[in-house]
Design a protein around this ligand. Sequence first.
Ligand SMILES: *Cc1c(COP(=O)(O)O)cnc(C)c1O
Length: 401
Amino acid sequence: MSETIYDEWGVPPVINATGTKTRIGGTLIREESLEAMNRAAEAFVRISDLQQAASERIADATGAEAGYVTDGASSALTLAAAACIAGDDLGTMARLPDTEGVADEIVMPRSHRNGYDHALRLAGAEITDVGGSDYDLGTGSENTELWEIADAIGEDTVAVAYMAKPFTRPPLPEVVDLANEEGVPVIVDAAAELPPTRNLSRFIEEGADLVAFSGGKAIRGPQSSGILAGRGDLIRSVARQHLDMHAAGPAYDPPEELVGADDLPGVPRQGIGRSMKVGKEEIAGLIAALEAFQAEDDEAVLGEWHDRAQRVADGLAGIAGLSVELAGGEKTEAVTTVVATVEEGAPTTAADVVAGLRGENPRIFVGADDLHDGGFTVNPRCLADDEVETVVDRIVARLEG
Ligand SMILES: *Cc1c(COP(=O)(O)O)cnc(C)c1O
């Protein structure tokens, strides 16, 4: 490999065998995206005009009424919550995250709670979670019943939040029906649910009001980019709270379709989204990446990942103390991963293998989510073909102690 900027700075290189993880750089940005960023860097543009153009392209890609380029899926969730709380009210926008005297509850199935829901709370939302863990514990057939969501929706409810995974329940269309009946929007976190490319439109088709995707995972756009797609009125609220806003009244003339300034009593203040700035380069880079991603053949991409996973599994087959299988479909719907389990009595443990690999040069990151079961995983999607052998060799060396 040629010298990287990290080599030049003496920062240890990484081989990514764990997938699109932000902490090791997410993904490798597409050529088309980088080129768009470079071109965007060559000239000034009014950001609201550019977001308006991006909105149309996101709408085309997702089937939503409108869209917005955010600073990642996480900030898309914060902006979604801010839009659901503030709606069109400039006073509330200016006060967020202070929600005193304003409806601010977001209802969520308890089994959908996760570290990223901090993003919703950042806007001032209070999460009311419902249901339990009965299905996971084997003490009942569902974690959350629909009626429990309905029961929790009250005067202070501004949204229902839903984490999209192939296995999450209750099914989204049923949650949407119920929320819509109560007049409450549904925010879907679909940050990591690509591919398949059809998921770009799936959640909107199923009735979601706002859907968040990461731009720095499968789309392979800039790391600090994301998409919020959804209802025009909510995206308008997002724009009003995100754009660099406070301007002299007589000169204030943002694009009507995106910001709807004609209906405003005056110029909005800088909103809660101002700390989540998105540059012209990220907007252009994200849209170029989105269009390239859409044009991809899911089966070809998944097939390539599957073949790479198979090569890793073949390389690890027959190693004493290690059992290996291919898995796919549960956590990510699409990606085949290698699940390796370090057997009892082996000279090392999965935790030592994982920690040891991370301490090497180059650092090798394998998946560590199954350590409690004595396992680690190899995810092929960010691995280069010429890194497969190194990963296999280093795992084997670690197992041999
Ligand atoms: C990655 C991820 C996020 C955050 O996405 P960013 O684009 O990194 O901000 C949010 N939710 C889920 C479920 C994720 O996997």
